[in-house]
Design a protein around this ligand. Structure first.
Ligand SMILES: [Zn+2]
Length: 399
């Protein structure tokens, strides 16, 4: 399956002498990484399988996309919108907005304003959506409440300090879809560019049990308005009420080409690194994760793009030798983040130097799902379901 024939390379230039994959640039900064006998990491093997399972391009992709479009149009007939899309101002979500419009769909764009949008992201969203004639719904989080949740995660000392934003974004997408009676939620998730993501680097995005536990221990004020999943929605992933579609998996998508296209055709402006449309995300990925945990998310982004053939491994290695972003801006961001979160320099330093912890150090829905009572309840549910199905000749009694 894998074609590489070289052994894992030890980077002698790195102080802790990490081992790096012979195909991509993932290394032992992922504590759970494993290599095969040819030095190819488990993420690369996972990439092959996921692309095989989820990505359909060329004629097959075009045909599937036509079917999906017809299904969305039928479900949305008579409604003001037939699908919901998330927009961050970034390249992937903007390209999805363009694609959806080109397919003849009637989307409502949803943006979560968590208080950290860069000026360029806000301008991208309004410019591009106006040009395409797409309505925008912006959900503005209660800043004091959200700040308290973000601070709780920083004090929790896990690498999941971006979980509150990601959780709220997806909860907001599904809640808005429900509010407008829309079944289909279309995302900018792209298997070919987002597969090398170590669980240890970021975990529990949809797990409100984890979020609540962290906040209970490190937060200071009650959570009243924060958009979130409940346990049932966490277990089912909204599959009973909504269909989620990752349409970038059906086209020959190249981020590089999309970037050029969006700039020339829609007046979209580039803002630097992946997800740098938010100041907090830029600081989180470019300063917080690398300095506190030794995790450089560029490794995972580059690695997927190496496997997709969009980048060469040599190019990625050269880029990784450069700072995550301009060091002067990094220091400015530290001051900005501390000030916005009302942290004095001692409190900020305490967060940056506290011993790292893990997702598993806190209670979570995931932990609850592993419990004996949950497994027993699921077993009983499956038994009853099978029993009722048999009695009704294979047809569920509730359908
Ligand atoms: Zn690899």
């Amino acid at each position: 399956m894998m074609t590489s024939t070289t052994a894992p390379i030890t980077m002698s230039t790195l102080a802790n002498s990490r081992t790096i994959c012979s195909r991509c640039v993932m290394d032992t900064s992922d504590p759970d990484i494993a290599f095969d006998t040819e030095g190819v990491c488990r993420h690369c093997h996972g990439y092959e399988q996921q692309v095989l399972d989820q990505v359909r391009v060329g004629e097959e992709g075009r045909r599937l996309l036509e079917n999906i479009t017809r299904r969305i149009q039928a479900a949305g007939a008579g409604k003001r919108y037939d699908c919901i899309i998330g927009v961050s101002g970034g390249v992937d979500s903007t390209y999805v907005a363009w694609m959806v419009k080109k397919l003849g769909l009637r989307p409502l764009a949803v943006h979560l304003d968590n208080g950290w949008d860069s000026e360029i992201a806000v301008s991208n969203i309004s410019t591009v959506l106006r040009k395409m004639g797409i309505d925008l719904h912006t959900e503005v989080l209660d800043w004091e409440e959200f700040k308290d949740i973000q601070l709780a995660f920083l004090r929790a000392s896990t690498p999941d300090a971006e979980v509150p934003s990601d959780h709220a974004i997806f909860a907001c997408l599904y809640h808005t879809a429900t509010k407008f009676g829309v079944r289909h939620v279309i995302t900018g998730v792209n298997t070919r560019t987002e597969t090398h993501l170590p669980s240890a680097w970021s975990h529990g995005h949809f797990d409100y049990g984890y979020l609540k536990a962290v906040h209970r221990r490190h937060g200071a004020r009650p959570i009243r308005t924060f958009p979130h999943y409940n346990f049932y929605q966490f277990v089912t992933g909204f599959r009973h009420t909504h269909e989620t579609l990752n349409i970038l998996n059906y086209v020959d998508y190249s981020k590089k080409d999309a970037l050029v296209f969006l700039q020339s055709e829609l007046g979209w402006r580039d803002y630097g690194g992946k997800h740098f449309e938010s100041v907090y995300t830029r600081w989180y990925q470019g300063v917080y994760l690398p300095r506190k945990f030794g995790y450089d998310k560029r490794r995972s982004h580059f690695s997927s793009r190496i496997c997709s053939g969009e980048l060469t491994r040599d190019f990625a290695l050269q880029e990784l030798n450069k700072p995550t972003y301009d060091p002067r801006l990094q220091e400015e961001d530290c001051v900005y983040v501390a000030k916005k979160l009302s942290l004095n320099s001692d409190a900020f330093k305490a967060i940056m130097t506290a011993p790292p912890r893990r997702f598993q150090d806190y209670p979570s829905y995931e932990e609850r799902m592993r419990s004996l009572w949950f497994k027993s309840a699921m077993g009983a549910y499956q038994f009853v379901k099978r029993h009722i199905l048999r009695r009704n000749g294979g047809k569920p009694a509730w359908s």
